[in-house]
Every structure is written in structure tokens, then in C-alpha cells.
Ligand binder design. Structure first.
Ligand SMILES: [Zn+2]
Length: 288
């Protein structure tokens, strides 16, 4: 039995599968204890009929209930040992009215949520912690807040774990962007045939600038081969059917998915073990 523990701080149900699904399952198979902290209930997701959160009949509490069950299923598929739901309300995208809901994660004082997270860290003592970078990877307030509470919580504990942010190398982002553009064109054509004209969705913006979600390849400091567990990652994504049932991932066969999704990347932020370069094991420095 290993005494290694991994803990990730994620914003919404489904984020654990998209950015760390392979890693979670891989670590579970290695006998590493895995903990997932999910900050919000995901109320701003699509409802079971596909309605968006600004639709009049969108039922936020129903969405949260559906997503809670989906998360349970994904946790089972990924072999996660402990799930902690912090239970904040989804803040929606930047500028949405949900940002200012006092129960939203974004409106919650960082110190309050950090204190709760610190309690979990103290109880679990993970050697490796993962969350998102300062821009929340893609500018979503709940992802930014996950970064802030994690950094604050690490100041409240009596040791320094190795902290990683999830990342996509620029070279891979370029390929993914081409695929999304292609998908966008296909959808626009499909909609046009039905007489629907939709504004093309541009890249996410932050402070008026298009957001670069990629990380320069040379800054990647953990490249994890998860190709042996992509079936589980696929199934974990599929468990979140209400959100990503229609996504490009789910249109791939499992073989295509293995080819495309067999690697997960991270950037090291704290480095108490004095690691150098790009490691292939997220517990590098901790294995006997
Ligand atoms: Zn999210």
C-alpha cells in the first residue's frame, strides 16, 4: 500500500474528467490515494433538455442535481477514493449576473473557501496538488477562484506539496484549434441549412484580449502518458452526458480518443523536491 496521495481542486463537475481523467485513473491503478475537491455544483450548465442557463425555463437546481449524479458516476469510473463537494453555486462565465449571487463561488471570500480547503489538505496531506493557473486556464471565474483558494490554502498548512497547473502545450493547442474551427464550420453549415444564423463563437476573451489557453511547449514540466487508461477517461467524460454528450470527444471512437487524448500535461508551480525539466511521473521525487 502506497502512502502517496494526490488531490486536485476542480471548479465544476466534469472538469476532473476533462483535464485529469487519465491521471486519476492511472494513479488509482498504482494504488495512490486520490482525492477530488469540486468547488461548485455546476448550476450554470446546460439543463437536461439542452437549455442554456440564460433560457427562461432553465432550472439551475435540477441541473445541479443531475450533475451531482453524473459526478458520482465519473468518480466511480476514475477510482477516486474521496470526493469533497464544497457546494458553492456556479458563477457562470465572466460578466454573467450569477457572478454576483452571494452564494456563488466567485462572490465567496477567498479566505473562507481557502480555510475549508486547508482543512482537507491537513487531513489528507497530499504530496501532489493540482489546480488551474491564474487565468483559470480559460478565464472562467470559478476556475480562477479555484486557483486563488488553492494558493491561499497552501499558505495555511505546515508543509509544501508539489503544486501543478494543468496545461496544453501550444503545439497541441494549434491542432485542437483547427479541429474546433472545423467543428464550428460544420455546425454553422448545418444551422444555415435550417435557416439559423449564429454569430461565430470567437476565442474566449480576458481583459479585452483574446485568451491564449496554450502553454509554450518548453514550459511543460510534467507529461503524463495516460494512453493505457483512455477508455476510463472516455467513460468518465461520457458520465457527464448532460454537459458533453454532444461534444467532439464523444463523436470519436475509443480508438480515435486513445490517439488524441493519451497524454495529460502540467506545469510545476512549487518544487519542494527540486525536480528539473519535464517529468513523466506526477509523483517524481516521491517514489521510493
Ligand atoms: Zn469548469
Amino acid at each position: 500500500m502506497s502512502d502517496l496521495t494526490f488531490l486536485a481542486v476542480h471548479a465544476h463537475p466534469d472538469d476532473e474528467a476533462t483535464s485529469t481523467g487519465g491521471l486519476y485513473r492511472l494513479l488509482a491503478e498504482q494504488g495512490v490515494r486520490t482525492v477530488l475537491v469540486t468547488c461548485t455544483n455546476g448550476e450554470c450548465g446546460d439543463d437536461p433538455e439542452g437549455a442554456k442557463p440564460d433560457a427562461e425555463h432553465h432550472d439551475a437546481d435540477l441541473v445541479a442535481a443531475v450533475r451531482a449524479q453524473e459526478l458520482d458516476r465519473a468518480v466511480e469510473v476514475l477510482g477516486i477514493d474521496r470526493l469533497v463537494r464544497l457546494g458553492y453555486r456556479d458563477s457562470g462565465m465572466m460578466g454573467w449576473p450569477q457572478n454576483s449571487d452571494p452564494e456563488s463561488f466567485w462572490a465567496t471570500p477567498v479566505a473562507d473557501a481557502a480555510a475549508r480547503l486547508a482543512e482537507i489538505l491537513i487531513a489528507e496531506r497530499p504530496q501532489v496538488v493540482m489546480t488551474y493557473n491564474e487565468i483559470g486556464f480559460y478565464g472562467h471565474p470559478d476556475h480562477i477562484q479555484a486557483n486563488r483558494i488553492t494558493l491561499a490554502a497552501l499558505q495555511l498548512i505546515d508543509y509544501q506539496p508539489t503544486l501543478y497547473y494543468n496545461a496544453i502545450p501550444d503545439s497541441v493547442m494549434e491542432i485542437m484549434r483547427a479541429r474546433w474551427d472545423e467543428e464550428g464550420r460544420r455546425r454553422a453549415k448545418h444551422d444555415a441549412a435550417k435557416g439559423i444564423v449564429r454569430e461565430p463563437e470567437g476565442p474566449p476573451m480576458i481583459d479585452g484580449e483574446p485568451l491564449n489557453m496554450g502553454t509554450p511547449d518548453e514550459m511543460i514540466s510534467a507529461t503524463i502518458d495516460v494512453s493505457s487508461v483512455t477508455d476510463a477517461k472516455y467513460d468518465a467524460l461520457a458520465a457527464h452526458a448532460s454537459q458533453i454528450g454532444d461534444s467532439f470527444w464523444m463523436k470519436m471512437s475509443k480508438e480515435e480518443f486513445r490517439q488524441a487524448m493519451g497524454t495529460e500535461w502540467f506545469v510545476r508551480v512549487t518544487n519542494p523536491r527540486g525536480l528539473e525539466g519535464d517529468v513523466t511521473d506526477i509523483f517524481a521525487g516521491y517514489r521510493n
